[in-house]
Structures are given as C-alpha cells and as structure tokens.
Write a protein that binds this ligand. Structure first.
Ligand code: F6R
Length: 250
C-alpha cells in the first residue's frame, strides 16, 4: 500500500481529485466506484470545478456507488442517491444511463444484489474504487464481522455507524437500520483502490488498516492484500503512522 500524508483536508481533496482526473483522462471510458460521506465532498467539489473549467469529460465514464440505505426513497434528502446528485451527478456530464447506485426494496433484495454484481461485471469491473473508512474499519457498509468473500448484500448497520450518521438526520430512530452495499470481494476485485481519511477520529482506524492484523473484525485491514491500494490522509488522520508527512510504502 502507498500512503500519502497531506497537511490538510483541502490538500487531501486536491490530491484525490488530481488522481481521479488523471485516471479519467488516461481512460475516458473508466468504470468508477464511488463513496458518499464527508471524506469525498472536497474531491467532488474539485471534480465539478474541473468539469466547469472544461478540464474533465465524464461523458464516457460509468459509475457504481458503494452503498445505499434501505427504506429511503432516492429523493429523500439523506439518501445516497440525493447526496450524489447534489455533490457530483448534477454538475458533471455523466450520462444518466451510466450512473448506478444500489437500490433494494420489498421482496426483491437478493435479486437486486445479484443484479448489481452483474452490472459491475458487464461494465468490465471497477477500474478505480474510491473509499472512505468508518471508525470501526467499515468500508462501504461492510461492518466488522462481514466475511471477506461477501459480494453485494444487505447489511444490518451497527449501532455505532447509525449513531455517527445520525448527525444528518433529526434523530437516531430515523437512521435506517439496513443498507445495501458492495461486498468486500466486490471492492477487492477493483483494479485500483483509493481510500480517503480525514480527522483525528480516523487515526486509529488508519493505523489498524495499515499495521493491524488482517481480519474481518476490522474490514479495511483486507486492503493490505490489494495489489494497488493508495491511502490519502490528512495529518490528523495520519498522526499514528511512522511518518508525519510525505509518501511511504507500507
Ligand atoms: C459511504 C461509505 C462509508 C463511508 C464511511 C466514512 O458510501 O461507504 O463507508 O465512507 O462511513 O464516512 P465519512 O467520510 O462521512 O467519515
């Protein structure tokens, strides 16, 4: 794994956008895996700005989002559909038919999960998967204990994850209990992975991701096994690492 420690969230976002932009420019028909959450907001902002300046063309790109709550309509303000529309899809030239987000309801959940996997495979697999990380090591919504072999599936969110995400809702009760997420195996099959982490609250998670035992009890530890994984952290999230600035291979 390659780790880059950037001074601030702003610099981390600049670097993430630069990597994403280079990847799109060298392969316009790229298949991207995308996260929601606070970590990628700055990167998406820069991608939108680059598009507005005419420096980026996403018309041939395809996207697959990592996860989505179950039980919220795509129009719900806290749905990941809504998040992505606000932060990226409404301001760039991705084609609607090339945008994919998990969506499951009613009795059709298993078929929806299998269908999502098939769509990823039909698109040729994910070229660049961007990730955030939960304090408990979750990637996507693969909570501790999820098997490394998992593909897209429905998960019951851990209380801690719901509590952290409750900041976006009026109360904890409103945070959905279930989500549909790409599995660890789906993520690990991506050709390249870029993980973003920011703030002191993520420093222990980053330490365990890089140096901890590889175990489903800490899902992000599986990234140690990926052949092309880059982690961008700001100084606060990188404070438990061996270096406090620059780039290092772990
Ligand atoms: C979101 C996702 C989650 C987040 C993680 C970190 O699509 O897959 O794994 O990346 O919860 O969230 P933030 O960036 O808000 O700290």
């Amino acid at each position: 794994m390659i780790v880059e420690i950037l001074d601030t969230y702003e610099k981390m976002s600049d670097r993430a956008a630069e990597i994403l932009k280079e990847a799109v420019n060298s392969n316009p028909a790229i298949v991207l895996g995308l996260p929601t959450g606070s970590s990628p907001v700055g990167m998406y902002k820069r991608i939108c700005d680059d598009y507005q300046r005419g420096e980026l063309d996403l018309s041939q790109a395809t996207t697959f989002n990592l996860d989505e709550y179950i039980g919220l309509s795509p129009e719900h303000e806290q749905s990941y559909h809504h998040f992505m529309a606000t932060h990226l899809f409404d301001c760039v030239n991705l084609r609607a038919e090339n945008i994919h987000l998990p969506h499951a309801s009613g009795e059709e959940k298993k078929a929806a999960c299998e269908g999502y996997e098939q769509k990823i495979q039909k698109a040729g697999g994910i070229d660049l998967q961007i990730l955030g990380i939960g304090r408990n090591g979750h990637i996507g919504f693969n909570e501790p204990g999820n098997p490394f072999e998992s593909r897209t599936h429905v998960v019951k969110l851990h209380r801690e994850t719901r509590e952290v995400n409750a900041r976006f809702f009026d109360s904890l009760e409103e945070v959905p209990e279930y989500s549909m997420t790409m599995g660890i195996k789906t993520i690990m099959r991506s050709k390249r992975i870029l993980l973003l982490a920011t703030g002191e609250k993520k420093c222990e998670a980053i330490r365990k991701t890089l140096y901890g035992p590889i175990t489903p009890d800490f899902p992000a530890s599986v990234l140690q096994l990926h052949p092309d994984c880059r982690i961008l952290v700001d100084k606060a999230a990188g404070q438990l690492l061996e270096m406090n600035s620059g780039t290092m291979a772990v």
